[in-house]
Design a protein around this ligand. Structure first.
Ligand SMILES: Nc1nc2c(ncn2[C@@H]2O[C@H](COP(=O)(O)OP(=O)(O)OP(=O)(O)O)[C@@H](O)[C@H]2O)c(=O)[nH]1
Ligand SMILES: [Mg+2]
Length: 290
């Protein structure tokens, strides 16, 4: 299953984002806390280089808390300012404090010249990670369009959060070419790639297998599969039987099964799950040797 999705609007969005980069003080990068590795676009990471940079592990309400803690430690060990967040429910104050910390020097420099600095932040990340939801949370209303599908935001949008803070919403950016197909597949699970460009039965089988590896009880209980170690189409058939997704003649209804499995995973109905394990913390002896 080869996955590639880079619609024309993204190439344009990338150019417009680069155009605006010179104007911003802080880049707020959102990744998905369920996939802290695969949902970070290396190109956005590169663009943020040299800027004050905040990494939010968004949708933390859907991720497994110990894994989120492990990932935060790993990112902080790399010198990144990283925090977990839930853009649908989190307190705006937490983010405003992070922005305040990141912009402090620039604000103080302006103050030394008798000026009040307007802090400009760019919110970036892969599609569907919650960028516009975060902006709405900080704004306190529905100023930016949101939706549970990729490609909702099509152009940069500046939003004023009071007189001294401006946030720029941006369209989600994928990689121009998805070399890492494991990451690509995982991005499909979280709805960062359009379902229409993938083979849904194959994707659903991969998701069920990945879920079974990380949290077999979710597959057993939610999808009523007695043996989560089943593979391939046998696993999909077991879900169809378990959940009663059957057509006439007791044939599996794969269309319904795929739609339900993907929807339920995306909505967090399988419980809090992180699909990528955090890297093991470096041991002190190893650090001393290095
Ligand atoms: N559970 C949960 N859902 C969230 C969170 N943040 C956003 N969402 C949901 O995720 C979906 C996508 O949110 P958007 O804000 O539109 O995502 P986006 O990054 O702006 O997406 P594009 O504009 O398509 O790139 C929406 O259904 C949001 O309600 C969160 O922290 N937790
Ligand atoms: Mg958006």
């Amino acid at each position: 299953m080869e996955i590639n999705w880079y619609p024309g609007h993204m190439a344009k969005a990338r150019r417009l984002l680069i155009d605006q980069l010179g104007r911003v003080d802080v880049v707020i990068e959102l990744c998905d806390a369920r996939l802290p590795d695969s949902s970070r676009n290396p190109e956005l990471v590169r663009l943020a280089r040299g800027k004050k940079h905040i990494l939010l592990l968004n949708k933390a309400d859907l991720a497994e808390p110990n894994a989120t803690h492990g990932w935060l430690q790993a990112f902080r060990a790399q010198g990144l300012t990283a925090a977990p967040y839930s853009a649908t429910a989190g307190r705006p104050k937490e983010i405003l404090e992070l922005i305040g910390g990141a912009a402090r020097e620039a604000v103080e420099r302006a103050a030394a010249r008798g000026m009040k600095k307007i802090v400009r932040c760019m919110v970036v990340g892969v599609p569907n990670v919650g960028k516009s939801t975060l902006i709405n949370r900080l704004y306190g209303g529905g100023i930016a369009r949101t939706g549970d599908r990729p490609g909702v935001t099509r152009a940069n949008q500046w939003v004023n959060i009071g007189p001294y803070l401006q946030l720029m919403d941006s369209p989600g950016l994928m990689w121009p070419k998805l070399d890492d197909q494991t990451a690509a597949r995982r991005l499909c699970y979280i709805g960062s790639v359009k379902d229409a460009v993938v083979d849904l039965p194959m994707l659903t089988i991969c998701l069920l297998e990945d879920l079974a590896a990380v949290k077999p009880e979710a597959v057993r209980e939610r999808f009523r599969v007695e043996d989560p170690s089943l593979r391939g189409v046998e696993l999909l058939d077991a879900v169809c039987r378990g959940r009663g997704f059957l057509l006439k003649g007791a044939q599996s209804d794969y269309d319904r099964c795929c739609a339900v499995v993907l929807d339920e995973f995306r909505a967090g109905k399988c419980g809090r799950i992180t699909l990528e394990k955090p890297p093991a913390p470096a041991r002190e002896e190893d650090q001393e040797k290095a």
